[in-house]
Each structure stands twice: as structure tokens, then as C-alpha cells.
Design a protein around this ligand. Structure first.
Ligand SMILES: Nc1ncnc2c1ncn2[C@@H]1O[C@H](COP(=O)(O)OP(=O)(O)OP(=O)(O)O)[C@@H](O)[C@H]1O
Ligand SMILES: [Mg+2]
Length: 279
């Protein structure tokens, strides 16, 4: 028997071409309770860029708005199982995973039912650990799992933070950009202390950066002062193509791969991979 066969003689499912193949998935919560800062855009396009680089990526849409779901071309009204069924019901994660038009990129779609989940979970035993339990064992087939969080610090976001290894915080370059981020960081600290000791803020990414304004540059300086090395060097520019892509149900890498937004998310994916020792 040679090294490429298992004891049962079954060849391994995946060639180990990627240094992270033999490790379990990195689970990243993309979170900021502030609305409209680029969470879904980052989950979709970082996920797609990583998938184009050969990683197996799962995006879990945990927002009832279902922006990551529709942005990846999935009709959330037509899916059989959603993140609601996984978090509130007892549907196994595997049963809710849908392929996308991008090879290696999968999504657990959201549905509007999730809007009631916060209330349904309140009286549940280990209500903060529903997603963690659903992920256990089921995400090993992936290199990276990105959880697109809703714009709140409610139970769904707490579930995402409890299930994650790390948090990626998109920050929009605008006035009061850092307002609210300290509250998020305090909540992350609470989850770390009480529910998930390994949780860390892995990174902060500046989004909708407009290099023509001094405001954007000022925000970037503030964020770098506050977060140091955790701030990604790559910044995501404001780009109309990034805003257009979701209405075509495509990540920017497929919609307009030469656009500034696509180039930026590729660079972000490269930096992400370097930081995780996989590039
Ligand atoms: N870099 C960008 N350039 C231009 N438009 C962008 C960019 N990033 C995001 N947008 C647009 O800004 C809006 C908000 O972005 P997005 O939905 O990603 O934010 P969000 O944080 O997920 O919002 P919510 O809190 O509502 O879930 C969307 O219309 C999106 O298309
Ligand atoms: Mg969103």
C-alpha cells in the first residue's frame, strides 16, 4: 500500500496541496453592529477571492436581510434549509450548504425567519452555543468559514462570536467610524471571557475608502493608531462596481475581475492568507 491510500485502500478525497488542508477550518465572524459598513460585501468578496485561490470556503449568512445570500446568487425564498433551521431548528449544517456559481465557494443561506430567532432563542438552553454546536465536525471540509453577522449585538451575533476563532471588523471610512467599535470590542471581550476563550480580533479592514478625501486618510490613521498591526494594510476603495455586483448575484471577482474593487479584495485575500500562514 502506498502513502496516497488510506488503510481501507480509499484514496484521500483531497490532495494536500494547501498547507492548511490538514488543519480544521478557520472560522471568522465578520462583525460590526453598525449597519452598512461593508460586512456582507467583505464576506462575499473575500470569500470568493479565497475560493478563486483554491481554498474551500463557506459563507454562513446569519443576517435575516440575506444580503450575502442574494449577493452570491441564491434566491433565499427558494432554499430548502437556511441558517435559521441550523441555529434555531435541528437541521444539520451539511443539509443547508448550497453551492454557488464560484467553484469551491459555498453558502449557508439566510431567510427572513431569522428575524424572529433572537426571541425564539431566549429561553433555550445554551442559546449562545447553537451555531457552535452546528459547526462542530461539519466545517472540517473547509479551509475558511466566514460568518456574515447582522448589524446588532444580539443573540445571533453572540452565536457567531461563540462559534468563531476570530473576528474581522469592517470599518467604513466616515465620521464617527470608531464610534461603536469600542462597544463591539467590549462585547468580544465578554464572549472571550465567558464563552469562547480562543476568540480574538484578528483584523480590521477599512472599507469604502475614498482617497480623494482627507477624512478617509484621517480615519485610516485613527484606526491604525487604535488597532496597530491588526489593521489590514489593504484598504477597500469606494467603488460603484462593488455596489452593483450583488444585484447580478455575483462576487466582484466574477462580475468585473479587473475593477479596483476586485483587485482590492484579491489583495485582502492574499494578506489574509499570509497572516494565516497559508500563502
Ligand atoms: N467598497 C464599496 N464601494 C462602494 N459601495 C460599497 C462598498 N462596500 C459596500 N458597498 C455598498 O454599501 C452598502 C452596504 O454594504 P454592505 O451591505 O456590505 O454592508 P453591511 O455592513 O453588510 O450592511 P448591514 O449592516 O445592513 O448588513 C451596500 O449597498 C453595498 O453594495
Ligand atoms: Mg450585511
Amino acid at each position: 500500500m502506498d502513502d496516497t491510500t488510506t488503510p481501507e485502500g480509499v484514496p484521500p478525497a483531497e490532495p494536500i496541496g494547501d498547507s492548511r488542508r490538514d488543519r480544521t477550518a478557520v472560522v471568522v465572524a465578520v462583525a460590526n453592529q453598525k449597519g452598512g459598513v461593508g460586512k456582507s460585501t467583505t464576506a462575499i468578496n473575500l470569500g470568493a477571492a479565497l475560493a478563486f485561490m483554491g481554498e474551500r470556503v463557506l459563507v454562513i449568512d446569519s443576517d435575516p436581510q440575506a444580503n450575502a445570500t442574494s449577493g452570491l446568487g441564491i434566491d433565499h425564498g427558494a432554499v430548502e434549509a437556511s441558517s435559521y433551521d441550523v441555529i434555531v431548528g435541528d437541521t444539520p449544517l451539511e443539509d443547508a450548504i448550497e453551492p454557488t456559481s464560484v467553484k469551491n465557494l459555498f453558502v449557508v443561506p439566510s431567510s427572513i425567519d431569522l428575524a424572529g430567532a433572537e426571541i425564539e432563542l431566549v429561553s433555550r438552553m445554551s442559546r449562545e452555543q447553537q451555531l457552535l454546536q452546528a459547526l462542530q465536525g461539519a466545517v472540517d471540509a473547509f479551509d475558511t468559514v466566514l460568518i456574515d453577522c447582522p448589524p446588532s449585538l444580539g443573540l445571533i451575533t453572540i452565536n457567531a462570536l461563540t462559534a468563531a476563532n476570530e473576528v474581522l471588523i469592517p470599518i467604513q471610512c466616515e465620521y464617527y467610524a470608531l464610534e461603536g467599535v469600542s462597544q463591539l470590542v467590549r462585547n468580544i471581550e465578554l464572549v472571550r471571557r465567558n464563552l469562547n476563550p480562543q476568540l480574538k480580533v484578528e483584523g480590521v479592514v477599512l472599507t469604502m475608502y475614498d482617497r480623494r478625501t482627507t477624512l478617509a486618510a484621517d480615519v485610516a490613521v485613527q484606526v491604525r493608531e487604535h488597532f496597530g498591526d491588526r489593521a489590514y494594510r489593504v484598504v477597500i476603495p469606494r467603488s460603484i462596481r462593488l455596489a452593483e455586483a450583488p444585484s447580478f448575484g455575483e462576487p466582484i471577482e466574477a462580475f468585473d475581475p479587473m475593477s479596483r474593487g476586485a483587485i482590492a479584495y484579491r489583495a485582502l485575500a492574499n494578506e489574509f492568507r499570509r497572516r494565516h500562514g497559508s500563502a
